[in-house]
Design a protein around this ligand. Structure first.
Ligand SMILES: Cc1ncc(COP(=O)(O)O)c(C=O)c1O
Length: 370
């Protein structure tokens, strides 16, 4: 057993994607950005494709190129670039590129000329998130710029798309409003000649709970990894978490009542007790504000971190449990054997499971099963 590791169940990713695809019965883009939400870019992408994903979605170009370098030939969309980024290689390697503004269209056309082939382009409209995408006001200029590129044979319009602000609150009025604005934008673009393109809008939450948003293709990320974006039980949707974070106990010792534990003595023992040392810390992405609250399972028992999370380690008061060096500590996993889940951690430290699974890493090794 490794000192401390992330175990990724690729069978879970495959099965989750298959369950999502069966649920919507239309095309599915599995989002594998941020190193597959911390599960490993290429293995997660392969597992998603095995589960029936039709396309892969990433944020930045390097992620798309890493998929191509690994020999993955499935359609890939990359949606976040800054002026002057090297797009030619991505166009040459058949990566679809999203554009938010006319300057990005100009750059993509130049890349297509350099690559000697048209670039597949997804036009992003801001339907209310106020993040990426052209505002409704700027949308006509973006559509015109892409149509000009298509007429010149440099662009191949592939999709119109947008992203929700509030899909994890099903029934929130912005969901229907964004869907309406998105449809208006896409319909208007069609009247201008932007035809034969698909429409995509649904992230995990909408894939699970807003069928009206499924359109031609859904774009789930976190659900592919078995996490419920609403913070509920993923099993309700036939999903199971793919990530387990675990370690071995590095040291066990008895201490008297009144012993201050870890930096700043933010935890003090109230009785003679056993302390177990766990070799994972904030350098591995464990939030320092898990101090005294992070849930763990030590040798099969649910416990809490005792005292401050340090850079490389933390301590758990294990009472009189028979805990030994080398025993297993699970920080989070699927939750099926009594261990905490990433959602339990999110609740304990005041964040979302997305952040926890994508930030965990550092010196942890990753092991793939399933
Ligand atoms: C543009 C876009 N689409 C889809 C997703 C997938 O979202 P989720 O993980 O909530 O399914 C993300 C992730 O943040 C995103 O930025």
């Amino acid at each position: 057993m490794a000192r401390a590791e992330i175990v990724v169940d690729l069978g879970a990713i495959r099965d989750n994607v298959a369950a999502l695809r069966a649920r919507v019965d239309r095309s599915l883009m599995a989002v594998v950005k941020a190193d597959g939400y911390g599960h490993g870019l290429v293995p997660s992408a392969r597992a998603a494709l095995d589960g029936g994903a039709d396309m892969l979605g990433v944020a930045v170009l390097e992620e798309a190129l890493a998929l191509r370098a690994a020999g993955i030939t499935a359609p890939v969309l990359a949606w976040l670039a800054v002026p002057g980024e090297e797009l030619t290689d991505a166009v040459r390697k058949d990566v679809d590129i999203s554009v938010n503004a006319p300057w990005a269209v100009t750059e993509l056309r130049a890349a297509a000329r350099a690559a000697g082939r048209p670039a597949a382009v997804h036009l992003k409209v801001d339907s209310g998130l106020s993040r990426g995408g052209a505002t409704m006001e700027d949308w006509p200029q973006l559509v015109a710029a892409v149509l000009a590129g298509a007429t010149a044979g440099e662009l191949r319009p592939a999709a119109v798309w947008s992203h929700f602000a509030y899909a994890d609150a099903p029934g929130h009025p912005t969901v229907a409003h964004q869907r309406k604005l998105f449809t208006e934008a896409a319909d208007w673009a069609e009247t201008q000649g932007l035809t034969g393109v698909i429409r995509h809008l649904a992230n995990s939450a909408a894939t699970l709970t807003s069928p009206e948003a499924w359109l031609d293709l859904v774009r789930p990320g976190v659900a592919c990894y078995g996490l419920d974006p609403h913070g509920g039980d993923p099993a309700e949707y036939g999903l199971r978490p793919a990530m387990t974070v675990r370690a071995q106990v590095a040291l066990v010792k008895r201490v008297p009542a009144g012993s201050g534990v870890s930096y700043g003595h933010e935890y003090t023992t109230t009785r003679p007790t056993g302390l177990a040392l766990v070799p994972i810390g904030y350098a591995e992405g464990i939030p320092r504000n898990a101090t005294n609250v992070g849930p763990v399972q030590v040798a099969g028992q649910r416990r809490r971190i005792s005292g401050r999370v340090c850079m490389d380690q933390f301590v758990v008061d294990v009472g009189d449990d028979a805990v030994h060096p080398g025993d297993e500590v699970v920080l989070w996993g699927p939750g099926t054997a009594g261990e905490p889940t990433a959602q339990d951690w999110a609740d304990a430290v005041g964040t979302i499971h997305y952040e926890l699974v994508t930030r965990v890493g550092g010196r942890l090794t990753r092991r793939y099963v399933g």
